[in-house]
Design a protein around this ligand. Structure first.
Ligand SMILES: [Zn+2]
Length: 435
């Protein structure tokens, strides 16, 4: 049962006030712009997992409590039966689209983010090294500054970024100093340094990335490229990386993540003890049930769930963030464990503690999720399927307090209750849907 819309009277009052030319504030405007009522809040930072109301004002979380008076809100939305979580934080995507460059992650292999994020509850992404110091500013003006998704970025240690083999195997274009300088110049957006796809035996890409990360005081994310005996995985995570650095594609099985006996590589466990983070980075070829399932059984859970979104993962086993999260529900993690690894943990890995939580004062990036029961199946990067009875779906997504996605129109009135000649509904105080 839907509650009657408690804001209907308020909207009517505002209409009259506006018509009289009197400010709404003078008439006692409600203090909250938007109220999400009756949802089950999962906020790992605060440890809350229970039914709470969430009030939003001026784009920030204003109150979280058991019974917030809807009269205090300009707009209230009933989300009972749903889960209210921080907006999801996906720290491994590829979104440097639009350059027209073929076979390049600084081009056609990337996707524009907004069509993939909000519909999966994601409000923040970090591009994982599509650009380097030579083309980051092009990426920024082309995509970052024009998207409604909050976009952060790991800067590739390769100056040209992920433009393909000729560029990405060129050791001469892996320079710590200009990379660190560009990272420092854009500290609001650049959250780390990335090294990826390297096929040679040298440690140079990792060493230069770590040096750049040290100079700019940001973490390094490693896609360890080809599996080379000259630079074993255990040495990477136990000696080369610093605490706080991130190893992505941790369930790929492509670089010895699992040892010959079928157990987690002991080096990964030691790396974790040192403070190295392990990220999923599902992608088109980096998630295998035969690696992930035994690892989870042994207690080697990911620190962060991420998609590695790009053109080869978007329609295959990966699909979207909620699909990857649902895979970890299928492996037996609790919803709270999965939300932690998709919000607060990744926010901390990229040192953006204001994100991934529902603390009062934090940006009101919020996901409202439905946990569906039914007959579902999840496919890994190698065509293996796992059946499951649970799946997460995004119902509503809020970006800085505005509704940017509303699957079932929960924030909308029945059209038959509207004036015969209605042209639009909503209010910029809470609504960015379609704008
Ligand atoms: Zn990637």
């Amino acid at each position: 049962m839907r509650r009657p819309d408690p804001t209907a009277g308020v909207r009517h009052l505002v209409f009259i006030v506006t018509a009289l030319g009197v400010t709404g504030v003078a008439m006692g405007e409600p203090k909250y712009d938007l109220l999400l009522r009756g949802g089950h809040v999962v906020d790992p930072k605060s440890g809350v997992s229970g039914v709470r109301d969430v009030a939003i004002a001026a784009g920030r979380i204003a109150a979280v409590g058991p019974a917030i008076d809807p009269k205090d809100a300009f707009k209230a939305v009933d989300v009972s039966g749903l889960f209210v979580t921080p907006g999801l934080v996906d720290i491994h995507v590829h979104v440097y689209a639009g350059t027209g460059e073929k076979d390049s992650y600084a081009g056609d292999n990337s996707v524009y983010p907004d069509g993939f994020t909000f519909r999966a509850g994601v409000t923040t992404v970090a591009d994982a090294g599509c650009s380097g110091w030579r083309n980051f500013e092009d990426f920024k003006q082309r995509v970052i500054d024009r998207s409604r998704t909050r976009i952060l970025a790991f800067l590739n240690i390769v100056g040209h970024g992920m433009r393909g083999g000729v560029f990405e195997q060129d050791l001469k274009d892996m320079e710590a100093k200009p990379t660190a300088e560009m990272a420092s110049r854009h500290r609001d957006v650049v959250v780390g340094i990335k090294t990826a796809h390297y096929e040679g035996p040298e440690w140079t890409p990792v060493e230069q990335a770590v040096e750049a990360g040290t100079l700019a005081d940001v973490p390094v994310m490693v896609d360890f490229g080809a599996n080379r005996s000259e630079r074993p995985l255990a040495e990477l995570v136990t000696r080369k990386l610093r605490p706080g650095d991130i190893y992505t594609h941790c369930y790929s099985g492509l670089r010895g993540e699992q040892d010959a006996s079928g157990h987690v590589n002991p080096g990964l466990l030691e790396g974790r003890k040192r403070g190295v983070f392990f990220d999923v980075g599902h992608g088109g070829g980096s998630f295998a049930w035969r690696i992930a399932a035994p690892a989870v059984t042994e207690g080697f859970l990911p620190d962060s769930v991420s998609t590695d979104l790009h053109i080869s993962s978007m329609n295959t086993g990966m699909k979207d963030m909620l699909n990857v999260m649902s895979k970890f529900l299928a492996l037996g993690l609790s919803l709270e464990e999965v939300i932690l690894r998709s919000t607060w943990n990744p926010a901390r890995e990229i040192k953006h503690d204001e994100l991934g939580n529902l603390s009062v004062g934090s940006p009101a990036d919020v996901a409202v999720l439905r946990l569906e029961s039914g007959e579902f199946g999840f496919v890994d990067s190698f065509g293996g399927r796992l059946a499951s009875r649970k799946r997460l779906v995004a119902e509503l997504t809020l970006r800085e307090g505005k509704i940017v996605y509303d699957l079932n129109g929960r924030a909308r009135p029945d059209w038959q209750t509207l004036p015969r000649d209605y042209k639009s509904t909503g209010d910029p105080r809470w609504d960015a849907y379609g704008r």
